[in-house]
Every structure is written in structure tokens, then in C-alpha cells.
Design a protein around this ligand. Sequence first.
Ligand code: ADP
Length: 389
Amino acid sequence: MNVLVINAGSSSLKYQLLNVDTGEVFAKGNAERIGIDGSFIGHQEKGGDKEKLVVELPDHKTAIKHIFEIIDGLGVQVDGIGHRVVQGGWYFPSSAVVDDVALAQVREVAPLAPLHNYAEADVVQICRELYPELGNVIVPDTAFHYDMPERAWRYALPRDVVDRLHIRKYGAHGTSHRFIWRAVNKFSEGKVHKLVSCHLGSGASLCAIEDGHSMDTTMGLTPLDGLIMGTRTGTLDPATVFYLQRVGGYTVDEVDTMMNKQSGLAALSAISSDSRDIEEAAEKGDANAELALDMFAYRCAQLVLEMAQAMEGFDTMAFSAGIGENSDDMRARICEKLGWMGVKIDAQKNAIRSDEIRDISAEDSKIRVLVVPTNEELMIAMDVQELLS
Ligand code: ADP
């Protein structure tokens, strides 16, 4: 089955056309600056170079039409469409075939993720209208965490407030954590039982996965919670929010922007949100860059233990996403901090670069440490295949 996977943002639209059975990617790309001057589609076909197609993209509908035109040119039949949805709220314990009800639910929970859900719902609707013969499936990033134990998802706020506003830990990156579990389970031939999955990209979260079930995760009501990220604060004292407003004179929107877009590694390093730039500066002796990396590793190691506690132990940990898959330096920093409790990696194995899942543990490590290339698009496409066939 060939599936078109769509990941819509407010002004961008990523796509990938792949075959679920073989994992073969026929084409992928990103429509950028939708509704803004200077829009274009960055497109790449299997074995080809990236091309930049300058096209006017006043809205998502135009972007989708262009993408389908490009795909028609490939001569590959599309059998279904999978849509990443950032926030499934209180409605989606799993992926779902789109109908009017599901679409209304994606919109209803959109206040929890306004920058994403509205655009995603619009794009689903456009696909249904333009290509009624194709089935659409939504894959919420929160679904994997839906059934976490109540002690993990409940916030200690007044019950009436929590109930009225649907406040809870929803988590995120669920599609990635689910893929990571499956990959680790296959790689370890079913021997994994309690996994701490570390998705470390510009957004970063950890998940405690016991026998395939999410037991806790580090992101909360929104993806701002947990680990320090590229530009996000991660966890801090919630009173900081009132203090910034009352004493600092910042508005709610300014605090929102500050915490989501101007903080994290970018703020700590005062260099960049990109860990490659920070690693380069740290190597040259930049103290802020070194502190940023050390703090990231410190918080990550603390959160590994928080996740382990959710399962009362762990046998395996997995590093994934941009930083987790590519930065041997960050993996070494994190594992060194966990060395006291028996996490040990083999420096030579850690230095190997590969696109394959691999074991980097030292022989006498108490915990198996793996590097796992994540593939959210394939996971989404697998859900489409399962639900549409
Ligand atoms: P997202 O999908 O959330 O945008 P990614 O998973 O692509 O994020 O991860 C982006 C992060 O991964 C950036 O901080 C980037 O610096 C880091 N990264 C990517 N490649 C490397 C590398 N070779 N070495 C170190 N960090 C890397």
C-alpha cells in the first residue's frame, strides 16, 4: 500500500509518499511559507537531489493541489492519506479513520494546540473534498499516552477546574515513541520489557514504555514541559509565569513566546538552538555552550530516572531523533551522568555513524543502550494500512 503522509503546520506542510510494506520513500518535501510572501516547495524524489519549486501558495488548499500534481507526475498510485495531528485531546486513544465526527473532534480540542490543530483539520477537510475516493486517517501524537496511569496524567489542580477545561498531561511524540518501542522490541527479539525512550530533537521528550504501553512521559498539557529543548524552557517553577507578568511586566503572549521560542538551548548558549553549533562552540571553549550541553544532559539523565520510576526499573534505553541519533557527544554526556547506577556505553560503538538501529552498550552495562532511528512517517503509514484495509 502506498500512503501519502501529511504533517501540516500553520504555514508549512510536510509530505512523504511511501510504501508501507517495503518502507520505500518515493518522494518527500515541504511546502513552506504558505500564506506568506516567498512561498516554495522543497521537493525530493528517491535517489534525486532536493529541488526548490517557487510557487505561489496563498493557502493550504493550493499547496495540496501542487503536491498532488507533483505526485501525479511520479506515476505512483496513492492508496490512502495519513495525517499527523498534534493534539488528540480527550477523544483519541488511537489513530482513527476520518469522518465528520472525528474532524469536529480535532477542531474541538484545538485550543490546546491552536497553531497546529486548526491547520491540520483544514488540511484533512481539503483532502476529503479534493480526493473523495481516498480514505484519510488521523494519527494524533497524544494517542499513545491516552491510557497512562491516572497518577501519571492527573495534575494536582482543583477537580472542577481540571474537568471543565480538560487539563491533564497529554504528552506528545507518541507516534515516535510507539515506533521506537516496536523497533527495539524487534531488535531485541522480544526481550525488552521496560524501555526509557528518549526522543531528543529540537523538541524533546522521554517516555516510560512498559510492554508497549506508555506509563509516563515528560511533556505535559503541551509540549513545553519536561526537558530543555532547542528554544523551549522545559519544566520550570510555574510561579515564574506569574512573576514574569506581575514583576517583569510581560503580557501573557510575550511570556508564551519567550518560553516557547526564545528559551532553551538557544537562550542558555546565546549562540543557537541547533545543538551542532553549540557543540562546535563548546569544543572551542565557549563556557555558555558548555553549560547548555551540560544542563541538557543533566536534565535528561534526571528524567531518565523519573521515567524509570514510573516502571520501577528499566532494562533498556533508546536514543532517537536529531540529537539522539547523531550526537555521540550528547549520548556520552547523558550516559556518563547515569554511570553511578550502571549505565555504561562502549566509546567505539558510540562513535559509529549509521542509519540502522544499533547497540552501543558496554559489555558490563546494567542497562542496554540503543540508538534507534525513528520514523514517524512510516508509523503513520502503518496505521493507515491497518485502518483502511
Ligand atoms: P525536529 O524534528 O524536532 O525539528 P530533529 O529531530 O530534526 O528535530 O532534531 C534537530 C536537532 O538535532 C538539532 O538540534 C540538530 O542540531 C540536531 N542534530 C542533527 N544532526 C546532528 C548531528 N550530526 N550532531 C549533533 N546534533 C545533530
